[in-house]
Design a protein around this ligand. Structure first.
Ligand code: SF4
Length: 374
């Protein structure tokens, strides 16, 4: 199932925990959008005419682009790819960008799903994370998006924030489940090098909360998911009424995808390719006809590791037949040997391997043990 990811590398301000590729200056925005249009043209053969199922505009903050810029991207995609069977077109947005006027403009574009970065309903958390929106804006934006006819909403929350207790997190859960939406992505706050949060922790200005408390908050989320009759279908992703994210599910299923824009990655089943993570160099190289990406041919071991990481923590797991058809006997032997030693953490259901759900949250170590060099 083919999908296209468009990376919009601009943000209003830097959130203290974020290590994605973005720039807080809109300098050269026109040139960068023009380069992205060129890149779309360069990559027109990527899917060989196969129908695209999903388009995802992420970043950075795609809602920063104006209607004309977004429209030019969609027009270019329509001219170069088969969009006849498009199911999902998601735009990531921050609450502070989604005014009534902005939503009206977005509604005129082929966008049918908004992924809104709420993160918390507590002002102290938003201040700590240097988010650009207020606690009130989070709630008002969701209601406004619904009023404007956006039926498919995915909301993002973060737990394990140093400024919040587990009781505060529970208040976030109560608040979010009082809203009318179908998809939730909830991540534990992680310490990433090069971020302000990392610097604050290293210099003693902030403290990470204890693992025990982070796990408590994750478990509380699981209780809410159960009580609200929602479903956890991936470690950090939840939905009701089977509203699985089509685009992200394709990543977890190792489907091919094309990435456009600075720092965007592409995968064609055998190779990974990633663009320069530098706005200036990205557009300069494209305009000058120079190489703007690097490529890596994936070895069998690379593909095996990627499969473990992406699929074992989804409700779909890894089908036995898929493993047998895809990998050599050496890899299969390695996998079954390791699995037999870790059997209490895994289940084999309907001929699929999966980490038992109770261990998803603490499964990094399990995945490492399944890897070839361990
Ligand atoms: S979290 Fe989102 S809005 Fe904040 S800096 Fe990162 S990409 Fe930008």
């Amino acid at each position: 199932m083919a999908g296209i990811y468009i990376h919009i590398p601009f943000c209003k301000q830097a959130c203290s925990y974020c290590n994605f590729h973005f720039s807080t200056t809109a300098k050269h925005r026109e040139e960068i959008v023009a380069a992205m249009l060129k890149e779309i043209e360069h990559r027109a053969d990527f899917f060989n005419g196969e129908a695209i199922k999903s388009i995802y505009l992420g970043g950075g903050t795609p809602s920063i682009l104006n209607q004309a810029e977004l429209s030019s991207i969609f027009k270019q995609l329509e001219s170069h790819f088969n969009l006849n069977d498009l199911k999902e077109v998601t735009l990531e947005a921050n609450p502070d960008d989604l005014s009534k006027e902005k939503l009206r403009e977005l509604k005129e574009l082929p966008i049918n799903r908004l992924s809104i970065g709420i993160q918390s309903f507590h002002q102290k958390d938003l201040d700590f994370m240097n988010r650009a929106h207020s606690a009130e804006e989070g709630i008002a934006t969701v209601k406004r998006a619904l009023d404007m006819g956006f039926e498919k909403l995915s909301l993002d929350l973060i737990f394990g924030i140093p400024t919040s207790t587990t009781a505060d997190w529970e208040a976030n859960l109560r608040q979010i489940f009082s809203l009318d939406f179908d998809h939730l992505s909830a991540y534990a706050l992680t310490l990433e090098e090069g971020t302000l949060f990392h610097h604050q922790v290293k210099s003693g200005k902030a403290k990470e909360i204890e693992d025990r408390e982070v796990a408590e908050q994750y478990n509380l989320l699981q209780d809410y998911i159960k009580n609200e009759s929602w479903e956890q279908y991936e470690l950090s992703n939840y939905c009701r009424n089977e509203q699985y994210a089509i685009h992200n599910t394709a990543y977890w299923m190792n489907e091919k995808y094309l990435g456009i824009g600075p720092a965007a990655h592409s995968y064609d089943g055998a190779k990974r390719r990633w663009n320069l993570a530098n706005n200036h160099l990205y557009y300069k190289h494209i305009h000058e006809g120079k190489q703007y990406y690097e490529t890596e041919q994936l070895s069998e071991i690379d593909r095996y590791h990627e499969l473990l990481i992406s699929r074992l923590r989804t409700k779909w797991g890894i089908p036995k037949t898929f493993l047998e058809e895809t990998f050599s006997s050496n890899i299969l032997e390695h996998f079954t040997n390791k699995l037999s030693k870790l059997s209490e953490y895994f289940e084999e259901k309907d001929d699929r391997y999966q980490i038992k759900r109770a261990f998803w949250f603490t499964s990094d170590n399990l995945l490492e043990q399944l890897m070839v060099d361990s």
